[in-house]
Design a protein around this ligand. Structure first.
Ligand code: PEP
Length: 250
């Protein structure tokens, strides 16, 4: 049995006060950690404030990191720093990072390895453009991303990785993949892991769907056999909406 994950990606939203109000509103209302792994990915500047106030069932994550421990990289944060503040997850390779900050698959591969080495769970985001989907290149794109992004991860460590399938055309657009397309693609990812590593690892790895998920459509995705939860942007900002999303995963 794979434990479901509900992950909220706040992106560049919420001041410290707004974030604390959110935490206080959801801490007692979300399902127990035994049932659902619930994570919010918050701006780095407030990670420590959230970690200090997180309830027993909530986990806090960073939205990106550098792959080195320290150095002359103005504006960056390292996995060591994320760990030191008590956050336990980090997004890697989100399409917005790939598009606006030129994050390459080689960078992503180094980040995934650095996070694992520091005991932080990476949520590795992969996904195709609309053009790739429409020209039948989705599987090729995903295969290439997975091949490079996971190249520094051993079979033993792969169990620590969570994969989020996020079609770029569905992120922040209000346009979701159909549950059939989401399931078919998550299944393809699981089969790729089975072929490239082994079936046991593939059966255990968690694969999330992300792209305009909200309380009114979340059930369509999480009922699918190869979808183990969701990564949610816009609909994770409101506490009531986030609580509904988490409860749907029970
Ligand atoms: C995301 O940021 O990963 C995301 C899926 O955003 P949204 O839910 O707003 O499409």
């Amino acid at each position: 049995m794979r434990k479901p994950i509900m992950a909220g990606n706040w992106k560049m939203n919420k001041t410290r006060d707004e974030a604390l109000q959110f935490i206080y509103a959801v801490n007692e209302a979300i399902p127990s950690i035994e049932q659902v792994e619930t994570v919010v990915f918050a701006p780095a500047i407030i990670l420590r404030d959230l970690v200090k106030r997180q309830g027993d069932n909530l986990r806090i994550g960073a939205q990106t990191c550098h792959y080195l421990e320290n150095g002359a990289f103005t504006g960056e944060i390292s996995p060591v720093m994320i760990k030191a503040v008590g956050a336990s997850y980090c997004l890697v390779g989100h399409s917005e990072r790939r598009e606006y900050y030129n994050e390459t698959d080689k960078d992503v591969a180094l980040k995934v390895a650095a996070l694992i080495n520091n005991g932080i769970t990476p949520i590795l985001c992969i996904g195709e453009t609309l053009e790739a989907r429409e020209t039948g290149k989705t599987e090729e794109v995903l295969r290439n991303q997975l091949h490079i992004d996971l190249e520094n991860v051993s079979i033993a460590d792969l169990e620590e990785v969570v994969i989020a399938y996020e079609p770029i055309w569905a992120i922040g657009t209000g346009k979701t993949a159909s549950p059939e397309i989401a399931e078919e693609t998550c299944k393809f990812i699981r089969e790729y892991i089975a072929q490239s590593y082994n079936k046991k690892v593939a059966d255990g790895i968690r694969i999330l769907y992300g792209g305009s998920v909200k309380p009114s459509n979340v059930n369509n995705f999480i009922k699918e056999p190869d979808i183990d939860g969701c990564l949610v942007g816009g609909a994770s900002l409101d506490p009531a909406s986030f609580i509904e999303l988490c409860n749907a995963c029970k």
